[in-house]
Design a binder for this molecule. Structure first.
Ligand SMILES: [Zn+2]
Length: 259
């Protein structure tokens, strides 16, 4: 099993570092900034073998050039459906990425919605989902559609429940505060908020999260549940006919929510 550790960047990004004890090579996911990655790899004596990109936003791709300048042999993987010049291997759903040095392989999933060509990497019980799903929440709809993001989250929700989800931001407390507005009586959500509050008070990451916990507490993965649908219908002031419609209402609700 590989080690997966966060390298904090900017205010609230996590760049994920993949390494294996006894192996000098490593990989990173979504390096928005090269400086913290260079510092960490030098400290640990690691060599960069691969860069995995989930989508085109600058806080996910901004460090590629600086890392390639130091480790030109590192292979840059990313979504075929997004305009990212630095990519060397362009991936789409159904593709597989083998990182033989680390002894791990990832299946590529198409998870559009936050952006039009967003992909995720799934393997070894881990999901690198970028800005598609967050702990307790999901990404905004920028260059994809609400229908796409709803469908992507439904498909993520069908992965094994013990999947560990490594999202790209520490947004958990704000997400859970909003989730409690949608589902104030959800006991699992109340407990999760207390646990996350304690972790953040000690400046510890709340990520990764376990998919089963997302399914129990994340409103964006619960749009088919009566409690979430009822809250969305009350918000919209009209009946909603599908989980996708519920999703769109809850996502727009969160966009305008100032907790
Ligand atoms: Zn993004």
């Amino acid at each position: 099993m590989i080690d997966i550790r966060p390298i904090p960047a900017f205010d609230d990004n996590y760049i994920w570092l993949l390494s294996r004890p006894g192996h000098k090579g490593c990989a990173v996911v979504d390096p928005g900034d090269e400086d913290p990655v260079i510092e960490r790899l030098r400290t640990e004596g690691l060599t960069l073998e691969a860069i995995l990109i989930t989508h085109k936003h600058g806080d996910h791709v901004g460090g590629i050039r600086g890392l390639k300048a130091i480790w030109p042999e590192a292979v840059v993987y990313g979504p075929v459906g997004e305009p990212i010049k630095a990519l060397e291997r362009r991936l789409q759903g159904g593709d597989r990425v083998e990182l033989s040095g680390l002894g791990v392989a990832f299946d590529v999933l198409d998870v559009p919605g936050h952006t039009e060509g967003h992909i995720a990497y799934y393997g070894d019980g881990a999901l690198f989902c970028g800005d598609t799903m967050f702990a307790g929440g999901c990404g905004r709809v920028f260059s994809g559609t609400f229908e796409q993001l709803s469908d992507s989250l439904i498909r993520i929700g069908r992965l094994p429940p013990d999947t560990r989800a490594y999202c790209a931001h520490e947004y958990t407390l704000a997400n859970l505060r909003f989730a409690l507005v949608v589902e104030p009586d959800n006991r699992a959500l109340q407990r999760r908020f207390e646990e996350a509050t304690a972790l953040r008070a000690d400046n510890l990451p709340t990520v990764p999260s376990v998919l089963a916990n997302e399914l129990a507490t994340n409103p964006f993965l619960r749009c088919d549940r009566p409690q979430v649908a009822a809250a969305a219908e009350a918000r919209a002031g009209r009946p909603l006919r599908s989980a996708a419609e519920v999703f769109a209402v809850v996502r727009r609700w969160k966009d305008s929510w100032r907790g």
